[in-house]
Design a protein around this ligand. Structure first.
Ligand SMILES: Nc1ncnc2c1ncn2[C@@H]1O[C@H](COP(=O)(O)OP(=O)(O)OP(=O)(O)O)[C@@H](O)[C@H]1O
Length: 247
């Protein structure tokens, strides 16, 4: 197995309180991996650490991907400003045309294509604050398509999304896999994970298991994850390196 991501003894903390603790794991390249675990298990924090967005990271993250795309939870996105569907999707190319550059013909072509691919043809001029949650999630997927990343990180992509939209967006995710891109998604629906994601990482602040989904989501592991999450001391401090006494 080629690893897209290798985590070694990764600890991520907020204000010196660890949210993810001593995690070592490999995520296979070109595969679909689900990150699962109870509420507050550290799943979103782990994704943010992979992007370098977490405040304090110890341990090691090795990543073979050149381009990473990230879909945050919808609740974290402010869509109250007046920007159209097309312009939002074009932001996926922002790193190529820069803050003051104009989108090229090819970018516009790809944006229209991506909007069609997520089933939103005809919505190009609609302001994003007029869209339903499911329609807006389609827009965000179209933006991911434009990013052309080899590692795609999705944080709860299907929260509050109906089954038709989930099915349509799963088509996009499966296509990424066929194109040998690596997909890592935080998910809560175990049935969906068992059905669609061959690999899983079960987190309860610490790693419970990582590997084939059928093994990782065993009832023993799920019970263990729940017990570990319930026993976690929210106020625990960061591990201190023992002070060495000099003679
Ligand atoms: N910005 C932050 N500042 C301080 N603590 C935070 C911050 N973000 C998350 N935490 C804490 O880190 C812990 C892990 O949170 P995280 O959001 O990573 O869990 P999660 O597994 O994604 O949860 P959920 O399934 O509920 O979305 C929680 O105790 C949370 O309160």
């Amino acid at each position: 197995m080629t690893a897209a991501l290798r985590l070694t003894n990764l600890t991520v903390s907020y204000d010196r309180h660890p949210a993810v603790h001593h995690v070592s794991a490999e995520i296979p390249a070109g595969e679909m991996t689900a990150i699962v675990g109870p509420n507050g298990a550290g799943k979103s924090t782990l994704l943010k650490a992979l992007l370098g967005l977490a405040p304090r990271i110890e341990g090691r993250i090795e990543c073979t991907a050149k381009r990473i795309a990230y879909l945050p939870q919808q609740a974290e996105i402010d869509r109250s400003f007046p920007i159209s569907v097309l312009d939002t999707v074009l932001l996926g190319r922002w790193s190529r045309f820069g803050g003051f550059g104009a989108a090229k013909h090819v970018d516009l072509h790809d944006a229209h294509h991506a909007i069609e691919a997520v089933g939103l043809g005809g919505f190009e001029r609609r302001p994003i604050d007029t869209l339903s949650v499911g329609q807006f999630q389609r827009v965000l997927f179209a933006r991911l398509l434009l990013q052309d990343a080899d590692l795609v990180l999705l944080d709860e992509p299907f929260a509050a999304i109906d089954s038709k939209t989930v099915a349509d967006l799963m088509v996009v995710i499966r296509r990424w896999r066929e194109e040998k891109r690596t997909v890592v998604a935080v998910l809560h629906d175990f049935d969906q994970v068992r059905r669609d994601f061959p690999h899983a990482l079960l987190l309860a602040r610490e790693l419970v298991d990582v590997g084939p989904t059928s093994r990782v989501l065993s009832s023993e592991n799920l019970l263990r994850a729940r017990a570990m999450a319930e026993a976690w001391d929210e106020h625990a401090g960061a591990c201190e390196v023992p002070m060495r006494l000099s003679a």
